[in-house]
Write a protein that binds this ligand. Structure first.
Ligand SMILES: *Cc1c(COP(=O)(O)O)cnc(C)c1O
Length: 373
């Protein structure tokens, strides 16, 4: 077995029988011709069911997360919705207290009328997770590190509870990426990704993914939901994510080093109240992160001394960081999280979230330094 970087690169290779091209062609065709006997010898009939660029991306995702089956979606939210769609009226879900806002968003705005309910619990408290389980609970959803306080969930411990109670365990692995954390190997049943973020890596494609540890009846049920409901990405979007996967490991490693340099600088700055980063020994989830991640990632949050106004002042003085939401691209981004999440958001008013990019960290630190002066 090769190392991760090599396996990732090999997965992106494509055998082009037409021109021996190194980079895969993009198949825009919506339909494929039958053989004289009425069959589809290459396995493709109609684009919504299956198409070469999507099948290729799904093969890559399967390799990256060491799963038996992978499904590519039109967005991270579509991947999450496919999971919720597999449940029935009356079913109950457990979410972490801190989770991507769109996850409970789907449950409150869409699936409440479908009869799904959910509880949010602090997953660092395993007893709280156990007591949140009722007879209608079907799945436990994890997201680690979390947005925006980078809380850490013990994936193996939660997956163990799920297994014991006969529940499905799912981990949103968007932030860590398989470069730093592989939930299936920690006992989780399903991994979810917004490929919009680090997988694509260049802030130019929307996509999602689910990778299943077992290609069982449940995985095939989700595949029917993906195909029958048309929750699928376009061929060009698949092609872009595959291109991103070629540099995923190197980007994530370099961006993580840059984030660490920023953390080190910010931590001792007199205008900084607090830095949230799982690599810090003082971070509540540090010990667990050390155990389940190979490194701590390229995202951090910082609380500026003061209130909303002081936080905005810092953001607006920056020259290299772009003021934008989202994360995982090659450019450094900063955002006032509370403004994005709205008035109900638990994010502190003085909190800024940073997605470290590939610029030289010396320049990033200088930029932060002048903005904080
Ligand atoms: C962005 C994001 C999502 C949603 O993905 P979309 O592609 O925007 O639908 C889900 N989870 C996390 C952690 C994210 O960062």
């Amino acid at each position: 077995m090769n190392q991760f970087e090599t396996e990732a690169m090999l997965s992106t290779h494509y055998q082009d029988h037409n021109a021996d091209a190194i980079i895969p062609p993009i198949y825009l065709s919506t339909n494929f011709e039958r053989a004289p006997d009425g069959t589809y010898p290459k396995g493709y009939g109609y684009i919504r069911e299956n198409t070469p660029n999507r099948a290729h991306l799904e093969d890559c995702l399967k390799v990256l997360e060491h799963g038996e089956l992978a499904l590519a979606f039109s967005s991270g939210q579509a991947a999450t919705a496919a999971i919720f769609q597999s449940l029935g009226p009356g079913d109950h879900i457990i979410l972490p207290d801190q989770v991507y806002y769109g996850t409970p968003g789907l449950l409150t705005e869409i699936y409440a009328s479908w009869g799904l309910s959910y509880s949010q619990v602090d997953m660092s408290d395993l007893a709280a997770v156990r007591s949140a389980i009722n007879e209608r609970t079907r799945l436990i959803w994890m997201e680690t590190p979390s947005n925006p306080l980078l809380k850490i969930v013990d994936i193996a411990a939660i997956a163990e509870i799920a297994k014991e109670k006969g529940l499905l365990s799912i981990c949103d692995n968007t932030w860590a990426t398989p470069v730093l954390q592989q939930p299936l190997s920690l006992g989780c049943d399903v991994v979810m990704h917004a490929t919009t973020k680090y997988m694509g890596g260049h802030s130019d494609v929307l996509g999602g993914a689910l990778v299943f540890g077992k290609a069982d009846a449940y995985a095939l049920k989700i595949q029917r939901i993906q195909r029958l409901m048309g929750m699928v990405p376009a061929p060009f979007d698949c092609w872009l994510v595959i291109r991103g996967i070629k540099t995923l490991a190197m980007r994530v490693k370099a961006q993580t080093q840059h984030a660490k340099a920023l953390v080190e600088f910010l931590q001792t700055h007199p205008r900084v109240e607090k830095v949230h980063y799982p690599g810090l020994k003082t971070h509540l989830g540090h010990e667990i992160a050390l155990r389940q991640m190979s490194d701590f990632g390229a995202l951090l949050s910082v609380q500026i001394q003061g209130e909303r106004e002081e936080a905005f002042e810092v953001v607006n003085k920056l020259k290299i960081f772009r003021r934008a939401t989202s994360l995982g691209g090659v450019e450094s981004l900063i955002e006032h999280r509370k403004s994005v999440e709205g008035p109900l958001s638990p994010s502190p008013e003085n909190l800024l979230r940073i997605s470290a990019g590939l610029e030289n960290p010396v320049d990033l630190i200088n930029d932060l330094s002048q903005a904080l002066s």
